[in-house]
Design a protein around this ligand. Structure first.
Ligand code: G3P
Length: 513
């Protein structure tokens, strides 16, 4: 029986690109307990980025146990947790043997550009121009399909399992649900449309795998087990936790992390948008029950599928490098000892001192889609100090957000009037002020910024009646917003943006030299 009343809580697994977390929320959407673990980032070659699939699972299990222990220390009992939701880094591709449940390779992370040459070949194949109209995504190294095809071409064990019909594929949500249910014993192999829409072989309007897309990519459905696409909120489809302190509790919600943040910001009605500054930065704009196909470099994606009449689509602007550019200053260049010190370093100078940093570590995503761009700093002189580079680094994400908003306005015919924000970088007042200056509109930051996990908790809670409808969420996460308003003139903002666009132009093609 589902616990009810004030004493009911919902858990959320938040499996992101650089860390895993488990959070426990009350029905007002407040965090009651949290446990977080960072896991290994594997970079075998320039442009390659992998995760150990087993480590992802064990990090989730440890986080559940850690958060439940903290929850119980407060006098609560685990039986008060009604359900658990999953939210996850999207596109990251994991393949395993469906009989043994053993991963056949490290997960290839969404940022990984090893499929660049393969993608170039695909772009030359007849019909490549029509793919986006079916699946919402442009051909690039970003989506799962290029990673899967690379594995089939380059890893003999993966090809062997495919040829014998033993190969299973999944994005991180599907892998976690499969493993957390106990693997091949239960064989719960499912994904929700917000995740499946990132593979490039789901039909965006039908929310089903598209045989013509699979044929075009030369993927034989009979040789590979794909996760069954189920709703984002479902009392049965995602199964039950087989281990951990929450053994026996059902998983009842699942959303890709950017969709989850949109839900957590309560962008559940058309016209609302949010920008999440995580490892990357992702702006999602709820366009309603029908997809809008972008003609200006944006993605069309599923925002969430909460059942009949409650499926919403989004236009998305994806930026590959955001928080990871700050991590780069910390880990690779030793500029500062932790990401939280970036604003202080940037504040040691007045401005960027003439520097522009195109942080194209994984090529450039929306709205440019330049796979072969690479990170480039323009304008360095003998005057340049670390503070200037710090400013240019944070400005890169803010400029790309501006470019995305311009595209969104062209695609939707409507200009946003304010931007809701969340994610690690939004803790910096300097970054949020810079963002507001560059886009010329108010930036609104909530007090409770665990919006991604909250979105997953909402999806899970809706399935089991913790909240009965989206209307029940009216009072969830509304308190204590901070607004940043533009402080520079439109002319000044346009001048700075023109310099950025010039720098983007000049960073093209570097990967080929
Ligand atoms: O599409 C990739 C995205 O889901 C990763 O999000 O929060 O790890 O930057 P994040």
């Amino acid at each position: 029986m589902t616990p009810s009343g004030d004493n009911v809580f919902v858990g959320a697994i938040d499996q992101g690109t650089t860390s895993t977390r488990f959070l426990i929320f009350n029905t007002n959407g407040e965090v009651v307990a949290l446990h977080q673990i960072e896991f290994k980032q594997i970079y075998p070659q320039p442009g390659w980025h992998e995760h150990d699939p087993e480590e992802l699972v064990s990090s989730v299990e440890q986080c559940i146990d850690g958060a439940v222990a903290a929850f119980e220390e407060q006098g609560h009992s685990r039986s008060q947790i009604a359900a658990v939701g999953i939210t996850n880094q999207r596109e990251t591709t994991i393949v395993w043997d469906k009989n043994t449940g053993k991963a056949l390779h490290n997960g290839i992370v969404w940022t990984d550009t090893r499929s660049q040459e393969l993608v170039r070949r695909l772009k030359n194949r007849l019909g490549s121009g029509e793919l986006t109209r079916r699946c919402g995504l442009p051909l690039s190294t970003y989506s799962s399909v290029g990673k899967l095809l690379w594995l089939l071409e380059n890893v003999p064990d993966v090809k062997k399992a495919y040829d014998s019909g033993d190969l299973a594929f999944g994005t991180v949500d599907a892998w976690l649900a499969y493993k957390l249910n106990g693997g091949p014993k239960k064989n719960v192999h499912v994904s929700d449309p917000s995740n499946a829409s990132r593979t490039m072989f789901m039909n965006l309007e039908k929310l089903e795998y598209d045989d013509e897309l699979l044929d075009w990519f030369r993927i034989d459905r009979n040789k590979i087990q794909l996760p069954k696409i189920v709703r984002s909120s479902d009392p049965e489809a995602f199964g039950t936790l087989a281990n951990t302190a929450l053994k026996g509790i059902k998983i009842t919600g699942c959303l890709g992390d950017q969709s989850a943040a949109l839900v957590g910001q309560k962008g559940i009605t058309p016209g609302l948008a949010k920008n999440t500054y995580g490892t990357g930065c992702f702006l999602l704009y709820n366009v309603g029950p029908k997809p809008i196909f972008s003609t200006h470099g944006l993605l069309s994606t599923v925002a969430f599928d909460f059942g009949p009449g409650k499926t919403m689509y989004a236009l998305e602007g994806s930026i590959a490098v955001a928080g990871s550019s700050i991590k780069f200053l910390v880990d690779n260049l030793g500029f500062i000892e932790s990401s939280s010190k970036l604003s202080a370093l940037a504040e040691t100078v007045e401005d960027n001192g003439g520097c522009t940093f195109v942080t194209a570590f994984s090529g450039l995503f929306a709205p440019y889609w330049i796979d072969d761009a690479r990170g480039t700093i323009f304008g360095i002189t003998a005057y340049t100090k670390r503070g200037h580079i710090a400013r240019a680094t944070l400005e890169a994400t803010c400029f790309q957000t501006k470019a995305i908003l311009d595209s969104m306005e062209k695609d939707s015919g409507q200009a946003l009037t304010e931007l809701a924000v969340d994610g690690g970088m939004c803790n910096s007042d300097l970054i949020m002020q810079t963002q507001s200056d560059f886009i010329g509109m108010p930036v609104i930051r909530p007090a409770m910024r665990e919006t991604t996990a909250l979105g997953a908790a909402i999806a899970a809670g809706l399935a089991v009646g913790v909240w009965n409808s989206l209307d029940d969420l009216k009072n969830v996460n509304t308190e204590g917003r901070t607004t940043f308003s533009p402080q520079i003139t439109t002319e000044d903002a346009s001048k700075r943006f023109a310099r950025w666009e010039k720098a983007v132009e000049m960073s093209k093609g570097w990967a080929n030299y």
